[in-house]
Write a protein that binds this ligand. Structure first.
Ligand SMILES: [Ca+2]
Length: 487
């Protein structure tokens, strides 16, 4: 009774019956697509939903198969890289790897040694060890090995490595900040009322996600939050994860950043706290940044490699770096070729778009206010693909309850949630970053009086994304049409 009364007062409790009743879903299906598609799995059909019942039985959705080792190797090989390790092959025995990680953290010099694609994994590891470096991790996705050495000997060791004909180049690596403070930080306040009822955040409503849920809530789509980790929280259901932060084997959130991002994507639809844009996705925490928001290129690329290895469909990067580097660019390209769809925060600099968002294979997201304008801190440029709510965003916080945050870090997971809905609604017909980007943009409406460099195609609408006309766009051309800023 208290819950119902509270809901009437706040107007924001989600009652499944009501949510379904107000959904106008118009569906157009091309005959060719119907012929090409297989029956919709019963689990995805919710009884009484116009979408399901109005479609011919053969209209929708074959299960999206996980990316196999052979597919990854083939896709990566097509780029000139050689994938040396099949999924599940550890880079080193666990005890050895941990000992090396512990030794290699503070007070050392780090490098990423990139080899010619023909070089085998064993040769790569042998060469760096013979040169006196400590192996941190084999980055098979880009034919590289991340290494470290005491600062006083690193310069001399670097010369030795470059003398090897198998070594293509050696990149510097360091522990740097990937989560810069926001220009006007909002204090995260724990909402006590979340114990008694659920609030649908304004961003989720603005993108019309609840009206798409009768079609799909993202079930079956694997989404990785590549971030500071995700905390245990009563409103978050994690399917798994991994940590690539030295000395921290668990994927808990040390900074209360990844937890907030995760809630925007997939906070549970229950009677507590908030609800994400795609509450039924399989959510994974890929921890690449420590409690200070800092990490190395090695840790970020290792997280990306894990996403490819484990067959993630989507990865959210609410993390930014001002320049990126060649190895990260290669890793992003290889992951995209393997089928991973990457969505990233544009940055909060009010200047050029940051990385990885600025890479052509990544969907770059700007931040909007609730007044239908771009946020003044949002990074801008020709790389911006789309805009989503990023100011005054309530979501799950570490320690329990909810709090508000702002930034393109909050805008990106809104788009990741919608991309998950689109993939779930169009399984087997929507594949690859370029197709997902095109679907998002086709479902977007531009904000008034806002330059394209600040908003891309505008704000996407989940109702259009799960409509079948989006899914049967001509998706054969997977070449990026994204403009890039020559910097
Ligand atoms: Ca909830």
């Amino acid at each position: 009774m208290i819950r119902v009364l509270a809901a009437l007062l706040s107007g924001c409790l989600v009652l499944p019956g009501l949510a379904q009743a107000r959904v106008p879903v118009s569906v157009r299906v091309s005959p060719a697509a119907v012929r090409a598609a297989a029956p919709m799995p019963p689990a995805l059909v919710r009884p009484g939903i116009p979408f399901a019942s109005s479609l011919p039985p053969a209209a929708v959705l074959t299960p999206l198969p996980p990316v196999s080792a052979a597919e990854v190797a083939s896709a990566v090989g097509a780029l000139g890289f050689v994938a040396q390790a099949a999924p599940g092959v550890p880079a080193a025995p666990a005890a050895e790897a941990k000992a090396e990680l512990d030794r290699s953290w503070e007070g050392s010099i780090r490098r990423i040694v990139v080899f010619d694609p023909e070089t085998s994994r064993e040769t790569r590891l042998d060469l760096v060890r013979q040169a006196g470096w400590t192996v941190i991790r084999d980055l098979w996705l880009v034919n590289a090995v991340a290494v470290s050495a005491p600062a006083r000997s690193a310069a001399e060791l670097g010369v030795d490595l470059m003398a090897s004909p198998e070594v293509a180049r050696v990149e510097e690596d360091a522990r740097v900040d990937w989560v810069p403070e926001k220009p006007q930080p909002e204090r995260a306040r724990r909402g006590l009322l979340g114990w008694w009822w659920q609030t649908v955040p304004w961003g989720v409503k603005r993108l019309h996600a609840p009206e798409a849920w009768p079609v799909t809530r993202g079930a079956g789509i694997k989404v990785a939050v590549v971030d500071t980790g995700v905390a245990r929280h009563r409103d978050l259901k994690l399917a798994g994860g991994a940590s690539f932060v030295a000395g921290e084997e668990w994927w808990q959130d040390g900074r209360d950043h990844g937890t907030h991002v995760a809630g925007i994507i997939a906070a549970q639809d229950n009677d507590q706290d908030v609800v994400g844009g795609a509450p039924d996705v399989e959510l994974y925490s890929v921890k690449v940044l420590d409690k200070d928001g800092k990490g190395t290129f090695e840790s970020v690329i290792a997280g990306l490699q894990w996403c490819v290895e484990r067959g993630m469909h989507l990865a959210n990067f609410s993390i930014t770096h001002p320049t990126g580097n060649d190895v990260l660019a290669a890793a992003v390209k290889a992951a995209a070729a393997a089928g991973l769809v990457m969505v990233a925060a544009a940055g909060n600099t009010a200047r050029a778009v940051q990385f990885p968002a600025a890479y052509p294979e990544v969907i770059a997201v700007a931040a909007a206010t609730s007044w239908n304008s771009a946020a003044d801190f949002s990074s801008f440029g020709p790389e911006i693909d789309i805009i989503a709510p990023g100011v005054g965003i309530p979501s799950t916080v570490a320690g329990g309850g909810t709090g508000k945050k702002q930034g393109t870090s909050m805008a990106s997971p809104h788009v990741t949630g919608l991309a998950a809905l689109a993939l779930a609604a169009a399984r087997g017909l929507l594949r690859g970053y370029a197709a997902v980007r095109r679907a998002l943009q086709a479902a977007a409406t531009k904000l008034p009086d806002t330059p394209d460099t600040w908003q891309g195609a505008g704000m996407p609408d989940a109702r259009k994304l799960v409509g079948f006309e989006i899914a049967v766009l001509d998706l054969s051309d997977n070449v990026s049409s994204k403009q890039t800023n020559p910097r």
